[in-house]
Design a protein around this ligand. Sequence first.
Ligand code: SF4
Ligand code: SF4
Length: 234
Amino acid sequence: MQVQYKPRRNWLQTLLQTEIAQGLALTLRHMFRKPVTQQYPDEKPVVAAGFRGRHALVRDAESGGSRCVACMRCARVCPSHCIRIRSHRSVDGSRKVDAYVIDALRCIYCGYCAEVCPVNAIVLTEIYAYAGRTRQEFVFDEAHLLRNWDEFAAEKGSLEGYVNPLSRPRNALQRFLPAPKRKEHVSAEWSGEEQWVGQHWQAGKLRNETAHGIANMWESAAPGLAKAPADTAE
Ligand code: SF4
Ligand code: SF4
């Protein structure tokens, strides 16, 4: 670590106390600038895409309940062991959820549960402001988690076309996603060619650039014959 010492003042600076004038000038400059302070809670900050907030179980429009099929993947993958699920097999062989509980105070908001869920049942919403007086208030049961989803829907206005970043990672190819996670109309923000993430970002970028380069080369050599760049998102 390099320690930066303040330069020594010369006798004139000491005599005139120029630092006081500099300090006052700085204060004066800031008095006429637009304040950057956000008036929370009247002004809510816009959370970044991929924000992992309060848990919710997506309310299924048809059944009115949760979409969970009790596959137990979320409970198995959860590194904090804060998801408990009890289920039974119904006569038709399908699994039915008896109880679904998340202890939010143990959660580390890693998002693994939302990522592994094959039916998009569990999500981490963009709700970050929630408080309680007792520990029990943060133990979300199924009804509570469904209410969380309703509150999130009410806050967003509409969840039509909403893409949960954890349920559908950016630039994930449709064919690699389980059927319930596929969406027909994913905005360019989520399916754009440049949306490569993680360690594949550089490789993806290079692939796109190469594909564009080849397409341009074809276009200049034989207009109309150029193929579209590599299939990066569907
Ligand atoms: S976000 Fe991570 S820690 Fe929290 S419930 Fe999901 S898997 Fe567990
Ligand atoms: S991964 Fe999804 S479907 Fe499976 S138990 Fe968890 S919430 Fe239910």
